[in-house]
Design a binder for this molecule. Structure first.
Ligand SMILES: Cc1ncc(COP(=O)(O)O)c(C=O)c1O
Length: 220
């Protein structure tokens, strides 16, 4: 997120080798790997260099974002520091919510639920990509992600997707202008991120049609 790219197995091994060579710590933020629509499952980098990776996961995408429960694995030497930092930030994650998440896992519900979520999201992604191919102007480019919730789109240099956004919301179509994912002020004004998980296929088709017309108008 936001690009929807998946690191290949070879790149994962290369990153693990670099961590070992330079004895460096990596933070691996992995909220979407369970939502994989195509290709083989890939190992997280933490499994290739467990002593050098702090791995963060979440129940937000596979159970409920409102629970606010995530999890983390870390090399033993820094675990106690992470616990202290977490206590400093929010004192404690709801025990009830943690128990719910534990029950969900222990009862095998995640394995049962994942194929259902994927069966719901995959056709939505396909519907969005098909509509984009049909309705978006040729000057836009995007990748076809192997999973996740988003499609990352790049417009021509100099285009302003925030201006497009303001036109789109007038027609009740929303997206995230890509500039908000950039650390550098002014970066990424030509990019946008679309979500395909929230609404059904006919709504996606209608929204992409509207957005395609707005993009064609604004980028003309
Ligand atoms: C890159 C990334 N990391 C982590 C998360 C996890 O968020 P949460 O705070 O809901 O666990 C998200 C969710 O949007 C995300 O996109």
């Amino acid at each position: 997120n936001p690009t929807g790219r998946t690191l290949t197995l070879q790149r994962r091994h290369q990153v693990a080798e670099l961590l070992k060579k330079y004895n460096t710590l990596l933070v691996e933020d992995d909220p979407y790997s369970a939502l994989r629509f195509s290709g083989e499952p890939l190992p997280p980098i933490c499994s290739l260099a467990p002593e050098l990776v702090v791995y963060a996961g979440t129940f937000s995408k596979v159970l409920a974002p409102g629970l606010r429960v995530g999890f983390c694995t870390a090399p033993e030497v820094i675990q106690k520091w992470l616990v202290m930092a977490k206590q400093g930030v929010d004192l404690h994650t709801s025990t009830f919510n943690q128990a719910l998440a534990a029950e969900y896992l222990a009862g095998g519900h995640l394995q049962a639920q994942l194929p259902k979520i994927i069966a719901l999201y995959r056709p939505r992604q396909q519907a969005m990509l098909a509509a984009m191919r049909k309705r978006f102007p040729d000057c836009l480019h995007w990748a076809e992600p192997a999973g996740g919730m988003f499609i990352w789109v790049e417009g021509p240099p100099g285009s302003d997707m925030e201006a497009v956004y303001h036109q789109a919301v007038k027609e009740h179509v929303a997206f995230v202008p890509g500039q908000f994912f950039y650390a550098r002020p002014g970066g990424g004004r030509h990019t946008l991120r679309l979500n395909f998980t929230v609404v059904d296929e006919p709504t996606i088709e209608r929204a992409i049609g509207l957005l395609g017309d707005i993009l064609a108008r604004e980028l003309a």
